[in-house]
Design a protein around this ligand. Structure first.
Ligand code: NAD
Length: 475
């Protein structure tokens, strides 16, 4: 299957002279050779989205929903194949890959149904002859820029609300995981979405993304990726007067109090630390444990890490596969070295892998974490334990990070849970559930350096993808 751009309803070869490759992180084998797109390819996609905008905007949203339903059906029919390729592309275990494709399908159905929901409200007027009401309208063509770690779910949870509320789309997916986005385009093409409503441009060159962010024809940019890139894009987009939505990094903490169900807490920490090899923005990274149960929890985590099934991500039962790319592997290894130089190593599980970008699941402990371990994502299967004496210390530690995406507390004390909810500066708070737990019908996003602009997913997605018009009508 040759991966090509999808522009104005056509499959077009990228017009650059060069190619880039995708690599299977388990075997390091080359998977695909994909042509590099040029600025002209991106301009053609933007023009197509702009030309299709008026027609799509005025199509009734229940009709728009029909295309999402048809795309969802196509993805469901091809779930096994898409999940298989997703695992080959980024090393996510096959179980997680199937879960991710399924999430995309459910997201399409959810937003298809949102097309039947109210898009405004009636406001009482002080004048008996006046009717005041509001009406949500699309913002226009939008640019979506997405990362590699959820290569089909994230493009879908941006694209589905964008479309249902009447916006046309240009997607610039991650260069490390193009095939998942390509399948999403296939699904929409199969649904016979009108030409130009959805467009997708592949490539590694920063100029392609920059052209999208800079274009006068693009009215909003929704970005998910690193905080570093997000901040650059945010400034660039805002300077052109666009709406901006940024979902960025995290350094998420789990607090375990002495009255917690420790088994439940440990189960969650293991999942939150090691699923997707720790490469989730919501992954647990800092584990804050109350002194009375510190050693017990540490030993339980050590035991569970020893038992973890590591290896071929296509094999059922594997919990931990490789990290997604060589770049990611080098970055995590570097951070592990820094960790060893500044913290106590609790466990670094030995693994016998000749090939592939495999990182040993690792637990550090410290009494005084260096700033790097508070403010820098590791994005690998690595956690740091810290002993805390009480709730005040726990809240202070959670809030010490510049990030504010997700945080959990394990406790059976309602008062402590309530204080946690009130005082932690994060966008998603979990009580006796892990930091990675999310559902598509609930708003997703963080505070501080984790997010900027309206939240994604659920009903709140309407905030970014529409603007409100107020109507005063004399009767
Ligand atoms: P990245 O920032 O390197 O790249 C993200 C996307 O931006 C890619 O498509 C890339 O090609 C593009 N890009 C890079 N520079 C650009 C520029 N100057 N102009 C326009 N586009 C540009 O991130 P990544 O390595 O792909 O993803 C990992 C990061 O994503 C982690 O930090 C993770 O926490 C974050 N993430 C956040 C969430 C969330 O919802 N908060 C979800 C998933 C991942």
């Amino acid at each position: 299957m040759q991966i090509t751009n999808y522009i104005n309803g056509q499959w077009l070869d990228p017009s650059g002279m060069e190619c880039f490759q995708t690599i299977n992180p388990h075997s390091k084998a080359i998977l695909e050779q994909i042509g590099e797109s040029t600025i002209d390819d991106m301009k053609a996609a933007i023009d197509a989205a702009n030309a299709a905008s008026e027609g799509w905007k005025h199509m009734p949203s229940p009709k728009r929903g029909h295309y999402l339903i048809e795309a969802a059906k196509w993805l469901a029919d091809h779930l096994e194949e898409i999940a298989y390729d997703l695992t080959r592309e980024i090393g996510k275990t096959i179980g997680e890959a199937k879960g991710e494709v399924n999430r995309s399908i459910q997201t399409l159905y959810y937003y298809a149904a949102e097309g039947l929901q109210p898009i405004g409200e009636v406001i009482p007027s002080s004048n008996e002859n006046i009717l005041i009401y509001t009406k949500r309208e699309p913002i226009g063509p939008v640019g979506l820029i997405t990362p590699w770690n959820f290569p089909i779910a994230i493009p879908t949870w941006k694209l589905a609300p964008a479309l249902i509320y009447g916006n046309t789309v240009v997607l610039k997916p991650s260069e490390y995981a193009p095939k998942s986005a390509y399948y999403l385009m296939k699904a929409l093409d199969h649904a016979r979405i009108p030409a130009g409503v959805v467009n997708c441009v592949f490539g590694t060159q920063v100029d392609i993304g920059k052209t999208l962010v800079d274009s006068e024809k693009i009215k909003g940019i929704s970005f998910t990726g690193s905080t570093e890139v997000g901040k650059i894009i945010g400034v660039q987009a805002a300077s052109k007067g666009k709406k901006v939505q940024l979902e960025m990094g995290g350094k998420n903490a789990i607090v375990v109090l002495k009255d917690a169900n420790l088994q439940k807490a440990v189960d969650s920490i293991i999942t939150d630390a090691y699923s997707a090899a720790g490469q989730k923005c919501t992954a647990a990274s800092r584990i804050l444990i109350e002194a009375e149960v510190y050693n017990q929890v540490k030993n339980m985590l050590k035991e569970r890490t020893e038992e973890i099934a590591i290896g071929d991500p296509h094999k059922e039962g594997t919990l931990l596969g490789p990290v997604a790319t060589e770049k990611q592997y080098d970055l995590v290894q570097q951070k592990m070295e820094n960790g060893k130089a500044t913290m106590n190593l609790v466990i670094e599980k030995n693994i016998e892998m000749q090939e592939g970008y495999y990182i040993k699941p690792t637990i550090f402990e410290t009494k005084d974490p260096v700033s790097e371990f508070i403010d820098q994502e590791i994005f690998g299967p690595v956690i740091t334990l810290l002993e805390i004496n009480n709730m005040n210390e726990a809240i202070k530690e959670v809030n010490r990070s510049k990030y504010g995406l997700s945080a959990s507390i394990f406790t059976t004390n309602l008062e402590n849970a309530q204080r946690f909810i009130q005082h932690v500066d994060v966008g998603m708070v979990h009580i006796n559930t892990g930091t990675v737990f999310t559902e598509l019908q609930a708003p997703f996003g963080g505070m501080k350096d984790s997010s900027y602009g309206p939240k994604e997913q659920g009903k709140e997605a309407i905030e970014f993808y529409t603007m409100s018009k107020t109507i005063y009508q004399s009767i």
